[in-house]
Design a binder for this molecule. Structure first.
Ligand SMILES: O=C(O)c1ccccc1N[C@@H]1O[C@H](COP(=O)(O)O)[C@@H](O)[C@H]1O
Length: 202
């Protein structure tokens, strides 16, 4: 079971991630509406502190090709794309894409399956990063292939095992559910518990 810890914003968060060793760490970019949004300079300096076993993901909404290139220049391994995605961005030569779907755009799933630049999917609730979940039965009939099938949206250390059992994803993705009580950074115990719990359902 792959685990992605999203919404990393500080050196403190990086220490937690390095100690807990998820498979991926996500950093929100080019989306000032999010409290987790980072400048390219900050993202680059945080990625440089990341353990080499943890892959970095730029988490974006409707990015331009220039922004994909900026993320590549920062040193990211992947780009996660919510919202709209143009043909130039989908076939970009810089970063492999993790395509995020929300509950209202699942009908576009088939059109992305054949794209070799898309290496995985994240299925999320309507409002990304809101800590809200959705009806997982909507994913029941989606075909599985060799691309990473990741579940997100309102997961937390208490619900992740149930989610893994019900959906049988390749990976789980969390942001709000492992934040500290102030909501301004990650909580070591919650991140650790989330990862142990997710992997225990393998
Ligand atoms: O976290 C954000 O603010 C965010 C902003 C823009 C795009 C995605 C964002 N978050 C992603 O949403 C999912 C689920 O988050 P949660 O666990 O429900 O809080 C995850 O992939 C986040 O990276």
């Amino acid at each position: 079971m792959k685990v992605k810890i999203c919404g990393i914003t500080s050196a403190e968060d990086i220490k937690i991630v390095n100690a807990c060793e998820p498979d991926f760490a996500g950093f929100v970019m080019f989306f000032p509406k999010s409290k987790r949004n980072l400048s390219p300079e900050t993202a680059k300096s945080l990625i440089e502190m990341l353990d080499k076993n943890v892959l970095s993901v730029a988490v974006t909404v409707s990015p331009t090709l220039e922004q994909v290139k900026t993320a590549y220049d920062c040193g990211f391994d992947y780009i996660q794309i919510h919202g709209e995605v143009g043909g130039d961005v989908l076939s970009n030569p810089y970063l492999k894409v993790i395509r995020a779907f929300n509950v209202s755009d699942l009908e576009k799933f088939e059109e992305y399956r054949m794209n070799p630049n898309i290496v995985g999917y994240v299925f999320d609730a309507h409002e990304p990063g809101s800590g809200k979940t959705f009806d997982w039965t909507m994913l029941e009939n989606l075909p599985r292939d060799d691309k990473l099938f990741m579940l997100a949206g309102g997961l937390n250390p208490e619900t992740v095992a149930k989610a893994v059992k019900a959906v049988k994803p390749d990976g789980v993705d969390v942001s709000s559910g492992v934040e500290n009580s102030n909501g301004n950074g990650k909580d070591f115990e919650k991140v650790k518990k989330f990862i142990i719990s997710a992997r225990s359902e393998n």
